[in-house]
Design a protein around this ligand. Sequence first.
Ligand SMILES: [Zn+2]
Length: 111
Amino acid sequence: MLKVFEDFDITLVGHYQSILEAEGIATFMKNQFGTSGAGELPFIEVIPQLWVLNEADAGRAEGLIRDLRHPGGPDLLQAWDCPACGTSHEAAFTQCWNCSTLRPDPPGEKN
Ligand SMILES: [Zn+2]
């Protein structure tokens, strides 16, 4: 399995899941009920995550989600490195947890 999307908005994750399923991509949602334990679990553990069961579908799934989020725009789903301290972050983070630097604007289209 490969994770293709995560967001604290479970409605959004569920929406993308239904779209991927409609495209014939088998998916699995993790942390679907995680928010109920948000007070006890580490922050990262309760982000609803969308996974694809077949890694062969991951590229297509990521492309679909990217188009949904930012039609023709820059890819904000990429993991990023803090420009100030170099810490690596998952795409869901908009601010460096280490030094509080905000995520820089993405460099534009990849590939
Ligand atoms: Zn930093």
